[in-house]
Ligand binder design. Structure first.
Ligand code: AMP
Length: 424
């Protein structure tokens, strides 16, 4: 779990703003759900045999409630969608969320215990065009955020009959080598053999390499959905590959699965920036009167920030007010208040430092103007305005200060990095 200090938070805010703007253009509205949900919600929807539910949830009991700090956003949003009977009033809904998720995973580069996701869900549209539109939006999103080298893996794990057939095919494949599987996977072989395919245990990985592929057993309607999805992706020129080994670590998926991976290798095994898929049964499972198909994805914010440019242009206050004596501090507060009322970013240094120390501070903050208030200025109702980029200074009447400052700030800036070092 990490602290995000103000300097880094600027990058987070930019990313969040880009995400919000882009998804709003695609018709998504924000949903905000509680961080805590009944444990049962995640156990039922994500699945008992998944790593998330069996090993990683932060769960506790309080006043007879069993609660879990959300490990992902899809189940919570679906719970809210059903609880508020949204399906009764809207045939199609597009929701997005942003926020922290919690999984007690083994920490690694790109893998944290509190991490943040930005995700989208579409309820009520069963078609492959909807899947393609979402996958294309994901590509546009990461591109806009500055990720260049990536590829999208897509797969279909089918729906009901396909799943039953695939489960049997996997059991038949792994059974003769049961003893060579990890203990967890020996159990999964009976309960949920699909989960063996996303095990990270080296014993399971080796055996899984030759496992049958789900595309070989897709039912006709599942295969038609997958074909149509690929045709749409081709038309949209989305960079994708079909990856029959992609199963993803949550049980609720049906048909379309996708994962966007960077190809630069800089995140090692944690190369997925976002992942998602269709989950056509969840809304019905959660007790909705009407079964509603759905699809969603979640993007890992930390990972995107780790692979995109770190440099943010430094921005400092417009005005740095430097009272040059103790009795100038009060009047400086009043002046700064007036400038802020006029919409300007001002900071007052009320520490009683020397002029030289205050100018050093103003420069290091990248302030545009230093406003000096000393005995002379107080006596004749002026302020000395020092342009820190242009090395010019003059006196301005206090009553005209806001308008003078605004006029000077409208002039082109001299980047602080190009400023000569100043003595004060
Ligand atoms: P998931 O909810 O498991 O489908 O993950 C979706 C995305 O969230 C992944 O592609 C990652 O970018 C991100 N993510 C998942 N787990 C973590 C974690 N423990 N730490 C950081 N990012 C994560």
């Amino acid at each position: 779990m990490k602290d995000i200090l103000p300097e880094q938070a600027i990058r987070w805010q930019r990313l969040e703003q880009t995400f919000r703007t882009l998804v709003a253009r695609h018709g998504y509205g924000e949903v905000r759900t509680p961080l805590l949900e009944p444990t049962e919600l995640f156990v039922r929807e994500i699945g008992e045999d998944t790593d998330v539910v069996s090993k990683e949830m932060y769960s506790f009991e309080r006043h007879e409630d069993r609660l879990t700090v959300r490990p992902e956003g899809t189940a919570s949003a679906a719970r809210a969608y059903v609880q508020h009977a949204v399906a009764a009033v809207e045939p199609v809904s597009r929701w997005y969320y942003l926020g922290p998720m919690f999984r007690a995973e083994r920490p690694a580069k790109g893998r944290y215990r509190q991490f943040h996701q930005a995700g989208c869900e579409i309820y009520g549209d069963p078609g492959p065009a909807c899947d393609a539109e979402m996958i294309d939006m994901c590509a546009e999103l990461v591109r806009t955020l500055g990720v260049k080298d990536f590829v999208i893996h897509v797969n279909s794990i089918g729906s009901g009959p396909t799943r039953t057939r695939y489960r049997e095919a996997l059991q038949a494949f792994f059974e003769p080598n049961r003893a060579a599987l990890s203990e967890d996977s020996q159990r999964r072989l009976t309960t949920n053999p699909l989960r063996i395919l996303d095990s990270k245990d080296p014993r399971d990985l080796e055996l899984s390499a030759g496992a049958p592929s789900v595309v070989d057993v897709l039912a006709d309607d599942d295969a038609a959905h997958f074909d149509a999805l690929r045709r749409h992706l081709d038309r949209l020129a989305v960079p994708y590959v079909v990856d029959p080994r992609l199963v993803r670590g949550l049980d609720y998926y049906t048909r379309t699965l996708f994962e966007l991976k960077i190809t630069t290798g800089e995140l090692g095994a944690q190369d997925a920036l976002l992942g998602g898929g269709r989950y056509d049964n969840m809304i019905g499972n959660l007790g909705s009167k009407k079964p509603v198909p759905a699809i969603g994805f979640a993007m890992g914010i930390e990972r995107v920030l780790e692979v995109t440019a770190r440099e943010e242009p430094k921005v400092g206050p417009a005005c740095y007010l430097a009272p040059m004596s103790a009795d100038a501090i009060g009047p400086a507060l009043v002046l700064a208040k007036r400038l802020r009322e006029g919409g300007l970013w001002c900071e007052v240094d009320g520490r009683g430092l020397s002029l030289k120390a205050m100018l050093r501070r103003a420069n290091s903050m990248d302030a545009r103007l230093a406003l000096l208030l000393g005995a002379d200025e107080l006596a004749n109702g002026t302020v000395t305005v020092k342009d820190l980029g242009r090395h010019e200074q003059d006196r301005v009447d206090q009553t005209k200060l806001a308008e003078e400052v605004a006029r000077r700030l409208a002039l082109p800036t001299v980047p602080v990095s190009e400023k000569a070092s100043e003595g004060g």
